[in-house]
Design a protein around this ligand. Structure first.
Ligand SMILES: O=C(O)[C@H](O)[C@@H](O)[C@H](O)[C@H](O)COP(=O)(O)O
Length: 255
């Protein structure tokens, strides 16, 4: 696990974009496509800020999913798709069919059962990944995660039943402690199966939880469970405000 800290979120954004660009190029060279799952919250803006500085990303070969998504209309301000669309999808020429959103059909039917959104989204994963081979769990080329001040990531919250889900690839949650309450989320097996995982955490509100996640090997916080399970494939990008409590030994030298 590599943990890097930077002066401010602009530098975090630059480093994130570099990692995304190299992960994208490697996947496209190997498989002819790049499969990425994005988180919501502050991430869309940070990713957009970094990607605005880089050239040569072959977005036409991207398949974009969401690590979690709020069950709201796609044009709702709480929608992560909407946040990403505004922040950068529209600017980099990603076609709508490359972006795997909540089912517009279920939204149009005003479907109330969140399980149905999760099942339909899992069907999109099966369609995209099962063609590759007879797989047990999809392996994204890259999953970009945020981390809440309570150590949650995606819509996987501390001590929540969902942390035990080890069959479904996508699960519903209707009691999210972070509003809105109704979401769908990738489950731990899918997240920890990614070829590469990058956590992005900025701001002093995270400094306490980040110390537990990165320095307490017994932590059962969702972000810690993922970091421990995918240690060799996980990178943490932070600003100095978020990494303030970490020991020097935890932080890698800038690459
Ligand atoms: O849709 C969401 O809410 C996110 O996927 C969620 O897991 C987010 O990544 C964290 O809550 C961190 O959010 P911030 O980066 O805004 O603190």
């Amino acid at each position: 696990m590599l943990a890097f800290t930077y002066e401010d979120s602009r530098q975090v954004a630059e480093k994130l974009a570099e990692i995304v660009k190299s992960s994208s190029a490697a996947a496209i060279e190997k498989n002819g496509r790049f499969t990425i799952a994005l988180s919501g919250g502050s991430l869309p803006k940070i990713l957009a800020q970094g990607l605005a500085q880089v050239q040569g990303v072959d977005f036409a070969k991207w398949e974009v999913f969401f690590a979690d998504e709020r069950v709201v209309p796609l044009d709702h301000e709480d929608s992560t798709f909407h946040a990403c669309q505004e922040a950068f999808f529209s600017k980099v020429g990603l076609k709508r069919e490359q972006i795997h959103t909540l089912s517009e059909e279920l939204l149009k039917e005003n479907e109330k059962d969140v399980q149905n959104y999760a099942d339909e989204y899992e069907g999109q994963l099966v369609h995209t990944f099962a063609n590759a081979s007879t797989i047990k769990v999809p392996s994204f080329d890259l999953i970009v995660l945020g981390c809440g001040p309570d150590g949650h990531t995606c819509s996987l919250f501390p001590n929540h039943e969902l942390l035990k889900e080890d069959v479904a690839w996508v699960a519903p949650i209707t009691d999210s402690p972070k509003p809105p309450k109704e979401r769908i989320t990738l489950t731990l097996p899918v997240v920890t199966h990614a070829h590469q995982i990058v956590f992005v955490a900025t701001g002093a509100a995270k400094k306490t939880v980040i110390k537990e996640i990165l320095e307490d090997a017994t932590s059962t916080l969702p972000s810690a469970l993922i970091t421990q399970a995918a240690k060799d494939r996980t990178t943490w990008l932070m600003d100095n405000a978020a990494s303030e409590n970490l020991s020097r030994a935890t932080l890698a030298d800038h690459f």
